[in-house]
Design a protein around this ligand. Structure first.
Ligand SMILES: [Zn+2]
Length: 233
């Protein structure tokens, strides 16, 4: 079957989502909306995995992923509407729908906040940054007595040598620094360095503050979070 928009190419999923003139116009507007250098990313969109992980910041990636999926989903629905209900192609309306849909999905997952969404149509990254700042502030104000951060660093050198260090900070609920530590470590992998840092942090908390204390811990190592979850279970 030929594509009902361009009437030129065969209609397959790749054509509907990425290659048809209609899809390309919609994607251009979406990329514009997110302030992308278009030439840079447009080739990557075909490789969905690269596109989804475009940002170095997790919060941005999570919302961007939603926008990618909302765009594909909306392009697919608009194709069905054309074919089964005879509705007309409209780039502006489609983009509007994608913005609305992705906003609702991001709200539902608590990635953006209701009081920040007034800028969603013009500045999505601003909305995400603002929402995350508010969410972090809320975390800092919640019921934990201490808030702890740990971090491990590990680097491979020449001929199988490596350098490793660990560090951490203990803050009060109000956010003022109580204690911190840093030093070398004998860790033999990046994960081990993260683990040692966390272990050191826990020992320090126990030594200084005793046992019965509610604490909130932060790490940038997802692997560590998974491991600790498994241990707990
Ligand atoms: Zn087409």
């Amino acid at each position: 079957m030929k594509c009902d928009v361009c009437m030129v190419f065969l209609e397959d999923l790749k054509h509907i989502l990425w290659e048809c003139t209609f899809a390309i116009q919609v994607w251009r507007k979406i990329l514009d909306w997110w302030g992308f250098q278009q030439r840079q990313i447009f080739q990557c969109l075909n490789d969905t995995w690269v596109a989804i992980n475009w940002f170095k910041v997790l919060d941005l990636n999570q919302v961007w992923e939603i926008v990618l999926i909302a765009t594909m989903w909306t392009l697919w629905l608009s194709r069905n509407n054309r074919i089964f209900s005879g509705s007309k192609v409209n780039v502006g309306e489609t983009v509007k729908l994608i913005k609305l849909r992705s906003q609702e999905w991001a709200l539902a997952r608590n990635l953006i906040l209701e009081d920040a969404v007034i800028w969603w149509e013009s500045n999505p990254i601003g909305v995400i940054t603002r929402s995350q700042a508010v969410l972090e502030e809320k975390l800092l104000k919640c019921d934990y007595e201490l808030i702890c951060f740990s971090d491990g660093a590990w680097k491979e050198g020449n001929r199988g040598t490596f350098r490793s260090g660990i560090g951490g900070v203990i803050k009060s609920r109000e956010g003022s620094t109580k204690l911190y530590f840093s030093g070398p470590s004998a860790a033999t992998s990046a994960f081990e360095a993260e683990f040692r840092a966390f272990e050191e942090l826990m020992l320090l908390v126990k030594k200084v503050y005793g046992k019965d204390l509610s604490i909130m811990c932060y790490t940038d190592c997802l692997n560590l979070v998974h491991t600790l979850k498994t241990v707990k279970e």
